[in-house]
Design a protein around this ligand. Structure first.
Ligand SMILES: [Fe+2]
Ligand SMILES: [Fe+2]
Length: 244
């Protein structure tokens, strides 16, 4: 039953729920331990509405259009999913989002100086995410695949250094928190992504795209933190008590 599960668990089982929770300002990132009803502070009508919207989103495949469950993927398939789906989104969407941020800021910065801060946060975010994705794709994901082969194919793990996986993952976790924090700041600066009355069409489009990008990034971070890394931990426990 969806009503018994935490927000975090619902998103792991049904990633389409992420967009609905973001729309209703329910925070499934971080601990995300509340149920929908708890997050709605006992407003059962609102909780029922949100649960129905989650069902609808899942049925329609409205957000991810996926025909597999991420939680059931092997570690190597999960790493490929992150590269193709979420890293692909960052690489295809963030550059054009930056172009929109520059244009909208130039046009509206006198009356809306907060746009300059949002633009600068996005510029920094792109630098950080490019570096972050490179670390994942060239170092961490390949080592996760090797770990999986050692455990499931019973290959010799003699020269596999487990610390070479654990230490970089600790860095990735800090970087995830930084990117979530960047969007917390953007949410405040943008008045929860609400366009002002004098906004032009491009301003509207920029905030719409920014919101969609935020939803994808939060989901990406959540699935790495709460699905990928715990699965890695479970395999590391085969060899050592010292986990991430
Ligand atoms: Fe990633
Ligand atoms: Fe990541």
């Amino acid at each position: 039953m969806i009503s018994d599960k935490s927000l975090s668990q619902i998103v792991i089982e049904q990633p389409a729920a992420a967009a609905v929770f973001d729309m209703f300002n329910l925070d499934y990132c971080g601990d995300g331990i509340q149920t929908i009803a708890e997050a709605c502070k006992g407003d059962l009508a609102q909780a029922g509405l949100i649960a129905a919207r989650v069902d609808e989103a899942v049925m329609n495949g409205a957000f991810l259009n996926m025909n597999f469950k991420v939680k059931d993927l092997s570690l190597s398939a999960l790493c490929s999913y992150f590269v193709e789906k979420h890293h692909g989104t960052i690489r295809s969407v963030l550059p054009s989002l930056l172009v929109q941020a520059m244009k909208v800021t130039e046009k509206h910065k006198i009356r809306h100086p907060e746009l300059m801060e949002i633009r600068d946060l996005l510029v920094n975010l792109k630098v950080e995410l490019d570096h972050h994705m490179m670390k994942e794709e060239e170092m961490v994901y390949p080592r996760i695949k090797v770990l999986e082969e050692i455990v499931y194919d019973e290959q010799d793990g003699g020269d596999f250094n487990y610390r070479m996986l654990k230490d970089p993952i600790k860095v990735l976790l800090r970087e995830h928190e930084n990117s979530v924090e960047t969007f917390r700041k953007i949410k405040v600066l943008s008045n929860n992504f609400k366009v002002p009355d004098d906004a032009c069409d491009l301003y509207n489009l920029f905030y719409q795209n920014l919101l969609a990008f935020r939803t994808d990034l939060r989901l990406h971070v959540h699935l790495e933190n709460k699905l990928l890394f715990p699965k890695v931990n479970a395999l590391l426990r085969v060899f050592s008590d010292e986990v991430i």
